[in-house]
Design a protein around this ligand. Structure first.
Ligand SMILES: Cc1ncc(COP(=O)(O)O)c(C=O)c1O
Length: 390
């Protein structure tokens, strides 16, 4: 379907013919770097065509950071990389899928999008809706959203509705509202979200030259593990080695339906982004784990918080608690007799990627509770030197 727009709308949607001539789908001279973004980079692998207005904030192309201290923890000459998705435009991996979901929604003439969220989807949906000039409704479990994420949804102008229930209740309501046709659902039950999120796997293969041997990531609604596995398989014919990674999903101990193989009615964890008892992509996640000969394991809240601090202090990467579950999972694979997948006997020199999914500043409350009160000292060099106490 072709859509007629004003020049200003074309700028926003990035669809002018002039820009195509420069290989840049934005006609707006002030967005010269608009050729960034996952649609621009991986268009041939995504459900878009020349008529799709590209709604992008320059997402993707996130750093794959070599981590010497994590590598030492694993030992055996292994190399650990962290894929830092917290540096996406709204601070989480959701932006990769949201650019595709909102772009295709615009192509279909959508006027409003809707999502249930543990926080990051709402921030991302709100931002991309603002960029597209359409409305966004976000349905959240009341009192369960990290303050930074709620603030983002508000700042981007979403209509926020808090429900007395958990994420699973919110998603049930969104599914019903989606059927009525007033909104396009942009949760990961929308296949365009998964399609966009696959691009993180493409980037890893492009950067390493082949897939890693192991890939660890946090699992909540299970969209991301589904997307990575789809991405690695789809990119398979395009890469040299023909190898696929072992996928290891990390769930919080109090919210681990896939690990326990049963719905958790009252999921609980400090990692609010993963507080989900009945994941939408459960079956696909199971398939990813089985086909890759991987595993799903659990990590406790204490392990998550310890891993969050460790990563910040040893590698300089500050992530939100859900993201730290991947690091806690890595430590468990290395150190614990109870690990479902042990790294103690893996071959030398293996390459391991951990995806950290969201920025640490999104959930400041967790860290604030652990910070000592900051007392002031007199403004003299001597007092300050004494206070530094190094
Ligand atoms: C920061 C963060 N990490 C992990 C997850 C879990 O991802 P998925 O629901 O795709 O399994 C989420 C989901 O909201 C998230 O926001």
């Amino acid at each position: 379907m072709s859509i007629e727009r004003s020049e200003a709308e074309n700028c926003r949607a990035g669809a002018s013919p002039a820009s195509r001539a420069f290989g840049n789908r934005s006609g707006c001279p002030t967005t010269a770097r608009q050729n960034r973004g996952v649609i621009a980079r991986y268009r041939d692998f995504l459900p878009v065509n020349d008529e799709t207005p590209v709604i992008s904030l320059g997402e993707g192309d996130t750093p794959l950071i070599y981590c010497p201290e994590l590598s030492k923890r694993v030992g055996r000459g292994c190399h650990v990389f962290v894929k830092n998705e917290g540096v996406n435009p709204t601070g989480s991996f959701k932006d990769r899928g949201m650019t595709v979901a909102v772009s295709t929604a615009m192509e279909r003439g959508a006027r409003a999008i809707i999502c249930a969220s543990t926080g990051n989807t709402s921030a991302s949906a709100a931002a991309y809706a603002a960029r597209a000039g359409i409305s966004c409704a976000v349905i959240l479990p009341a009192g369960k959203i990290a303050s930074g994420k709620l603030l983002q949804a508000f700042a981007y102008g979403a209509k926020i509705v808090a429900v007395d229930g958990n994420f699973d209740d919110a998603l049930r309501i969104v599914r019903e509202l989606g059927v009525e046709g007033d909104f396009v659902i942009v949760n990961s039950i929308n296949p365009d979200r998964i399609a966009g999120q696959k691009t993180a796997a493409f980037e890893i293969v492009d950067e390493l030259g082949e897939p890693p041997d192991f890939h660890l990531l946090p699992v909540g609604n299970a969209g991301n593990i589904t997307a990575y596995w789809a991405g690695y398989r789809e990119y398979h014919p395009h890469q040299r080695s023909g190898r696929l990674p072992v996928m290891i999903g990390c769930q919080a101990a109090g919210a681990a339906p896939i690990f326990h193989n049963r719905i958790i009615e009252q999921p609980e964890t400090i990692a609010s982004a993963m507080r989900i008892g009945n994941p939408a992509s459960w079956k696909q996640a199971r398939a990813a784990i089985e086909e890759s000969r991987g595993a799903v394991d659990v990590v406790t809240d204490e392990e998550i918080l310890a891993a969050q601090m460790w990563l910040a202090r040893h590698e300089g990467i500050f992530v939100e608690p859900a993201s730290a579950a991947a690091i806690a999972g890595l430590f468990k694979c290395c150190d614990s007799n109870e690990a479902v997948y042990s790294f103690r006997n893996i071959s030398e020199g293996r390459r391991i990627v951990c995806t950290v999914t969201g920025h640490g500043l999104k959930d400041p409350d967790v860290i604030m509770q652990r910070m000592r009160e900051l007392k002031s000292v007199p403004a003299t060099v001597d007092d300050v030197r004494r206070a530094i106490d190094l």
